[in-house]
Design a protein around this ligand. Structure first.
Ligand code: SF4
Length: 221
């Protein structure tokens, strides 16, 4: 029986025959050349439907197994980490780049985080979101790591989850409006998660330890 093909980023569809693949589009920010390329490739391989995903990707639906390698090659991309135990694409709101309500530059910070962590293998899947203000349009409070802009800097939340057992993230710490400070904290969280010996989602670990103990463990690791 067919199943997902992790190494090709291919998700078996309901027909149990074809696959969906989702090229990586960092932050969901793209341009007409990339969009044309995706459309050209879709047409070339008879992919009739494209689906905008909640992870700010564009999925090609109904791909034949025998076309997977050629499609990734034509897209000039490594298979996107849409499935498997890894860091998924980082969700990024428009922030001060475009949004009139933005108070911090979520696009610049989010793209740095995406470059550093997207597809990194971890004990379980990890979702991250970066919002440019407390309105949280990148669903930051239900991400494993959520970074939210405030007038004074950034708040970093951990342990959020929008899955079968939804959980609002806990506030881990606040930083100045300095990308390097945020990157250092995110680095600590990821390093702790990698080495903690648990295969649970981050939220379960935070829940079991309590945010105080988790904070101590992460900030001292
Ligand atoms: S979170 Fe704030 S800055 Fe980001 S899109 Fe929403 S309103 Fe704009």
């Amino acid at each position: 029986m067919k199943k997902d093909i992790l190494e090709k980023g291919a998700i078996l569809q309901r027909d149990r025959e074809t696959y969906a693949i989702a090229p990586h589009i960092p932050g969901g920010i793209t341009d007409t050349v990339t969009l044309r390329k995706i459309c050209d490739v879709a047409e070339r391989y008879g992919v009739k439907e494209l689906k905008l995903t909640s992870a700010q990707r564009i999925a090609l639906m109904g791909v034949k197994e025998e076309d997977l390698d050629a499609i990734w090659s034509d897209l000039d991309q490594q298979p996107g980490a849409a499935i498997g135990l890894c860091v998924r694409s980082v969700k990024i709101c428009p922030g001060t780049t475009w949004c009139k309500r933005g108070v911090q530059d979520s696009v610049t910070l989010g793209l740095k985080i995406d470059t550093l962590y997207h597809a990194m293998e971890l004990p379980n899947k990890m979702k991250m979101g970066i919002s440019g203000c407390m309105l949280n349009c990148a669903e930051t409070m239900v991400k494993d790591i959520g970074v939210v802009g405030t007038p004074k800097g950034w708040r970093i939340y951990v342990g959020g989850n929008a899955g079968a057992r939804p959980r609002i993230g806990d506030l881990l710490t606040e930083t100045a409006p300095d990308d390097d400070e945020v990157l250092a904290v995110v680095g600590r969280i990821v390093a702790y998660y990698k080495g903690c010996g648990s295969e649970q989602r981050l939220g379960r670990i935070v829940e079991q330890m309590g945010i105080e103990e988790f904070r101590k463990a992460v900030m001292e690791c």
